[in-house]
Design a protein around this ligand. Structure first.
Ligand SMILES: Cc1cc2nc3c(=O)[nH]c(=O)nc-3n(C[C@H](O)[C@H](O)[C@H](O)COP(=O)(O)O)c2cc1C
Length: 190
């Protein structure tokens, strides 16, 4: 049934990773579309991403706890291993750290490891025009793409907005685009 948790050996596991942006509030829409596509979806947030999402609602929607922090040594894994990951929204901060190989959040640790495992990853940076202008961010986006991450960024995804106006542009976000991109990358990897 669309929108209900799907735990089964038949379903491939998708990690949806949400960073600290107001767009993360609506990440349930991506979860819903992915479930309709047959994915067993798990949500991971960064510590700042956790401030924007409704963790209880996402746990109900997915049937998995929303993970934010590394487990303690010796604790069991609570999520099934991922077959694919979508980072949406990806903040400037997380893009920059990811491109540098930093793993000081669970989200970054999962991404850096997933890259090494060859797991398909789609990243959707979301920020304003001023933050996006930073050379480190531009270089990070380019490096991740060069390393095989599918980075959806630019006016064909969503136009960069002026600082302080992000809330007004949330409604225009194309939530099905990351999934469509994941289909393409998964098909070419098969
Ligand atoms: C209200 C608010 C909105 C923000 N929106 C964005 C955003 O859309 N994109 C972005 O890159 N950073 C945004 N930031 C800044 C990030 O939350 C900040 O850089 C944070 O350290 C990101 O941490 P993370 O990458 O671990 O999620 C926002 C911060 C606040 C308080």
């Amino acid at each position: 049934m669309a929108g209900s948790p799907q735990h089964s050996a038949h379903h491939r596991v998708l990690y949806v990773i949400a960073c600290g942006s107001p767009l993360a509030r609506h990440v349930g829409r991506l979860v819903d579309s992915a479930q309709q596509d047959g994915w067993d979806v798990c949500v991971v947030t960064t510590p700042d991403g956790a401030k924007f999402v409704d963790q209880a609602a996402l746990a109900r929607q997915t049937g998995h706890p929303v993970r934010t922090h590394y487990k303690n040594p010796g604790d069991p894994d609570v999520l099934p291993p991922a077959n694919a990951m979508i980072v949406c929204p990806a903040t400037v901060n997380t893009v920059n750290k990811w491109a540098a190989g930093i793993t000081d959040t669970l989200a970054l640790g999962l991404l850096v490891e997933a890259q090494g495992k060859g797991i398909p990853i789609v990243a959707v940076p979301y920020t304003n025009a001023a933050m996006a202008a930073h050379p480190a961010f531009r270089a990070g986006v380019a490096r991740l793409a060069e390393w095989g991450v599918t980075v959806l960024f630019g006016d064909h995804v969503i136009a960069l907005h002026p600082p302080g106006t992000g809330e007004q542009h949330l409604h225009a976000f194309p939530w099905t685009m990351p999934l469509t991109a994941l289909h393409t990358v998964s098909a070419s990897a098969a």
